[in-house]
Design a protein. Structure first.
Length: 298
């Protein structure tokens, strides 16, 4: 593609004496640098160039183009732009590289774990969810590191929550999943005790081979309690599509867990059928716990 015409269409006057050829060369290099940092994120070049142009600073005629571009972090801008576009790979990468760092960024505040979790949840909604306007991550200019930008937003969010801490907080339904069933099945309890370790190992292995985007989606739904409408808004698709994605990811974990159990356990047909009943009844709760532990390791 021709980078320079698109850039100039959104940035207006360049403000330097650089030629179109020089601009084209430097923008092309900037694009390659961003792409090299995140090769798994399929961000269109047009999106990155447009985003860069919209955040381009005013320049004096004597300012050098190269020096101006060096103020921008190509990799961070590429990732932020991918998140603004709602690309699942970008959202998953943002979770891995920035959302997981929020507890450490807030550690000096000595906040309860529940408050830190709430900060992370609000950050996801504020930065990544598209409403009538572009998600707030689109405000990141690329000048200064994305990690510092996220840290500042996290600190402001935490302070805002503390100011409102006198307000009552509703009990999360997530705690209800951790309570024992009122009338447990004795046969299932026996199977669970006998094969608990193998079941958990199989489930962890099945979850580990999922694509990063599916793991991220399951974590948002089961641990962070995002509803399918909110997930649809976050990923830029309708609710039925999100439901299909969730069902597909869960089915993949379920099928692989069953396969691994059958492969690893030396059971009679009747015993294996009972073990599968355990998988059917416990996979939702067990997966929720495993996902939660990957976010909050002990």
């Amino acid at each position: 593609m021709a980078f320079a015409p698109l850039f100039l269409a959104h940035a207006g006057r360049l403000g330097t004496s650089a030629t179109t050829e020089e601009l084209e060369s430097r923008l092309s290099r900037f694009w390659r640098e961003g792409r090299a940092r995140w090769p798994d994120i399929p961000l269109p070049a047009e999106s990155l160039v447009r985003h860069l142009a919209l955040h381009w600073p005013r320049m004096a005629p004597g300012d050098a183009l190269t020096a101006a571009l060096e103020r921008f972090d190509a990799g961070d801008l590429y990732l932020a732009c991918g998140c603004a576009e709602g690309l699942p790979a970008a959202l998953a990468a943002f979770e891995r590289h920035h959302m997981t760092a929020v507890p450490a960024a807030l550690s000096h505040m000595r906040l309860p774990a529940a408050v830190v979790d709430e900060v992370r949840q609000q950050l996801r909604e504020r930065l990544l969810v598209r409403t009538d306007a572009a998600p707030r991550i689109a405000e990141y200019s690329g000048r200064g590191s994305l990690a510092n930008w996220v840290r500042v937003v996290a600190l402001r969010t935490a302070l805002s929550l503390l100011r409102k801490s006198h307000e009552p907080c509703p009990t999360s339904d997530a705690f209800l999943e951790l309570l024992p069933a009122p009338h447990p099945d004795p046969e299932l309890e026996t199977i669970q005790r006998r094969f608990h370790d193998e079941f958990r190992k199989a489930l962890e292995a099945a979850f580990a081979i999922l694509p990063a985007e599916h793991r991220y989606l399951l974590r948002l739904h089961f641990v962070d309690r995002l509803s399918t409408p909110k997930l649809g808004t976050l990923f830029g698709v309708n609710q039925s599509t999100i439901s299909r994605w969730l069902q597909s990811a869960q089915q993949a974990v379920h099928d692989e867990t069953r396969r691994l159990l059958k492969e690893r356990l030396d059971l009679s047909s009747q015993e294996f059928t009972s073990a599968l009943r355990t998988v059917e009844s416990q996979i939702h709760l067990s997966l929720t716990r495993i996902l939660d532990e990957t976010v909050h390791p002990k």
